[in-house]
Design a protein around this ligand. Structure first.
Ligand SMILES: Cc1cc2nc3c(=O)[nH]c(=O)nc-3n(C[C@H](O)[C@H](O)[C@H](O)COP(=O)(O)O)c2cc1C
Length: 176
């Protein structure tokens, strides 16, 4: 059984990106889901000085091992001021110090959502441009607009978005 990691690219307790990533994972068949909450990994704020003085934290090593053991990723990025959230960027920077190919060429479904109409598209585009240089094997991507209007009671309520999302899920299922 494939081990698929879901990651909400945020440290909000009620992260809508975590919700979307986990919902997406729940639609896959015959997989074991490992649901990552970035709050569960102790990671200091990255700096080269902290790295030199303290090395890699236990939390970072744990996260890196989880990524190593994964068969694929479903990531949904939060957008803060047109970029990754600090929590995601911090984890990403730390992980890149252990292994430049952070995503190990494993299949990835890349999402982003926000309460706004653009659905985190700017952060998504940053990742689409960067992840391929970091071992990102992006099978499909989607920005999911106006989360609270289009996702209710654990379901995508907008028929068009639901169909687009399901196509992506099927494409990812075939890739893993
Ligand atoms: C500091 C800050 C900056 C934000 N900037 C953006 C933005 O650039 N674009 C956007 O669509 N939403 C923005 N938002 C709203 C977030 O999309 C919203 O808080 C969302 O819930 C974040 O995802 P999360 O729930 O997974 O943490 C911002 C929120 C904060 C707190």
């Amino acid at each position: 059984m494939k081990n698929i990691i879901t990651i909400g690219g945020s440290n909000s307790k009620n992260s809508i990106n975590k919700i979307l990533a986990e919902y997406t994972g729940s639609l896959l068949n015959n997989v074991q889901l490992s649901k990552i909450d970035l709050n569960d990994f102790e990671l200091p704020l990255f700096s080269v000085d902290v790295e030199n003085e303290q090395g890699f934290s236990e939390g970072l090593k744990k996260l890196n091992t989880i990524i190593d053991e994964a068969d694929g990723f479903i990531i949904s990025l939060a957008e803060h001021n047109g970029a990754y959230s600090v929590a995601f960027k911090n984890a990403f920077d730390w992980l890149s110090r252990i292994e430049g190919k952070v995503w190990r060429d494993k299949p990835m479904l890349l999402l982003a959502t926000s309460p706004g109409e653009r659905g985190g598209e700017t952060a998504l585009n940053i990742a689409l441009g960067r992840f391929p240089y970091m071992g990102g094997n992006i099978i499909g991507s989607m920005s999911f607009p106006s989360f609270f209007e289009n996702f209710k009671e654990d379901e995508i309520t907008n028929a068009e978005l639901k169909a687009t999302h399901l196509k992506l899920v099927n494409k990812f299922q075939n890739a893993i």
